[in-house]
Ligand binder design. Structure first.
Ligand code: SAH
Length: 288
């Protein structure tokens, strides 16, 4: 979404004066949870109309502490969103997603807050969507299938390549995974550094870097998930899988084959294929 945004709603904050508004927000946030807890949801709803601008907040010229407060108040996850999510979960179940742990996470994570605009209805349809920097958020059934293929349990250590919008990361965070996620686009990395902690996923470790290199200092991982299409199996990542662990990676150029590689021993790997898919390409280097 271009900045300044085309709609005047962000002007609400600026027209009334950004500092009085921030003062009011910070005072209220101090009281929330104590005697004025009841007022917080009302106040939150007043500012709910700003939620489409959430992804632009990191780039606004506002001090970081105030940004955190605004962020907290802009998060808008209503019964309507919850209803749409539960319909999406039913749809995914119908499409053969069987892992209750994955479906539970998808039922909880507010996908609409990871999109660049407020197309709420589209957020809960089983489609991919642009997230900025020419990248896309994977469609929910792809997120569900890839996550299922990882076969991970709470507490396990997982590396994700391609943080993108942070949605897949939030799904894994919701499942209790100790997640390390790398993104090569600085713009997306910065958004996620703001977005994920505000949604409560503060334990996810985010890195700006080239996923082809992986994170050798943090390796080995119980599982590695690549959410971009790699022309060939990323060799350095193979060596960062724990013995017995897996890497799920789409392999190919225009169309890819969803591939799961299991590390059997130091040097032995087993490969399985799970059908065609289409991801944005996995590219080399960092884009500042
Ligand atoms: N998991 C993401 C999907 C993002 S699309 C989500 O839930 O939204 C794939 C992402 O991979 C893009 O953001 C792209 O910038 C990133 N990417 C591509 N090549 C990469 C690389 N070598 N290292 C890290 N990230 C990469």
């Amino acid at each position: 979404m271009p900045y300044p945004p085309p709609q005047p709603k962000l002007g609400v904050v600026f027209n009334y004066g950004v500092f009085p508004t921030l003062l009011a927000l910070s005072t209220l946030s101090r009281f929330a949870g104590s005697q004025a807890a009841g007022a917080a949801p009302i106040f939150r709803n007043r500012f709910a109309c700003l939620s489409p601008y959430l992804p632009n907040l990191p780039s606004l010229p506002i001090p970081p502490f105030q940004k955190k407060i605004i962020f907290a108040f802009m998060i808008n996850d209503t019964f309507r969103h919850k209803g749409l999510r539960s319909r999406l979960v039913d749809e995914l179940r119908g499409k053969g997603v069987g892992s209750e742990a994955v479906l539970r996470a998808i039922n909880v994570v507010p996908r609409h807050l990871f999109l660049d605009s407020s197309f709420v209805k589209l957020a809960y349809k089983d489609i991919a969507f642009p997230i900025g920097a020419g990248q896309t958020i994977s469609q929910p059934s792809t997120v569900a299938r890839q996550t299922q293929l990882l076969e991970v349990l709470p507490g396990q250590k997982v590396l994700e390549v391609g943080t993108g919008s942070g949605y897949q990361a939030a799904v894994l965070g919701e499942m209790g995974i100790d997640l390390y996620s790398i993104e090569r686009q600085a713009e997306l990395y910065k958004k996620c550094c703001q977005m994920l902690p505000s949604l409560g996923y503060s334990k996810i470790h985010l890195f700006l870097g080239d996923g082809y290199e992986g994170l050798p200092d943090m390796a080995p991982f119980d599982a590695i998930l690549v959410t971009a299409g790699a022309e060939e199996i990323p060799a350095k990542l193979l060596l960062q899988i724990k013995i017995g662990g897996v890497m799920v990676v789409p392999i190919g150029s225009k169309v890819q084959m969803m591939t799961r590689i299991r590390r059997l021993s130091e040097e032995e790997f087993e490969q399985e294929e799970f059908g065609e898919c289409a991801f944005v390409p996995m590219l080399n280097g960092i884009n500042q």
